[in-house]
Design a protein around this ligand. Structure first.
Ligand code: GRF
Length: 204
């Protein structure tokens, strides 16, 4: 099947609230795309139920069933390519992707991260922000490259940190911002009119 950028593959590991934001944006016409498949490495991921409720094809691929990361990633690529996926959106997918995967989707893998990168990459970004004492944090949508949370930035939104915030209260405000910017950033990538200049995503 040929690859169509507007056929999205969403990879998840958990509750899938960003997946839901993408589903909602597709359903109400803010995002001109089709979610071709939702893949989870966790069978119990809440996002799988959200996808099924929306009538979207789902796949559970257990990473523990594969001997190597590359073997797992080859299976992932096969599931996505079989459905003509052109753009991959990571939405709480808790696994690193190997060059095997990234080479199959050059400049076509997006991720959302709950901080203003390059601050606070990795796990527990909201807790890191609280503990560091920053006054502003936020969310970032970026292209995925071989380094963790380090690819070219498509969109960012700032969220103020309050004195009485805990990691949990901050995370829930950041999540609201995530739900807004992720579908917008996907639409921007799909609509074109941008190019990569080194690390920078610039309007052309
Ligand atoms: C979000 O905070 C996202 O930024 C991070 O993982 C979390 C996923 O949440 N990458 P959900 O599964 O989309 O609700």
């Amino acid at each position: 099947m040929s690859l169509d950028l507007r056929r999205l593959g969403v990879l998840i590991s958990g509750r899938g609230s960003n997946l839901q934001a993408i589903i909602d944006a597709v359903e109400d016409g803010r995002l001109n795309a089709t979610i071709a498949v939702v893949v989870s490495n966790q069978s119990e991921a809440g996002g799988l139920a959200r996808a099924r409720a929306a009538g979207i094809d789902t796949v559970h691929l257990d990473h523990r069933a594969e001997a190597t990361r590359e073997a797992y990633d080859r299976k992932l690529v096969a599931e996505l390519q079989a459905r003509g996926v052109g753009l991959v959106c990571l939405a709480g997918f808790m696994r690193l992707l190997s060059p095997t995967f990234l080479d199959a989707f050059p400049n076509a893998v997006l991720n959302i991260h709950p901080s203003l990168l390059p601050a606070f990459p990795g796990l527990d970004a909201q807790r890191q922000a609280c503990e560091h004492g920053v006054k502003v944090t936020g969310a970032t949508v970026h292209f995925v490259n071989a380094e963790l949370d380090a690819g070219p930035i498509v969109a960012q939104v700032a969220v103020a940190v309050r004195d009485d915030d805990t990691a949990a209260t901050l995370a829930s405000r950041i999540l609201e911002a995530e739900h807004k910017i992720y579908p917008e950033a996907i639409a921007r990538v799909l609509d074109g009119g941008w190019s990569l200049a080194g690390r920078r995503v610039i309007t052309t």
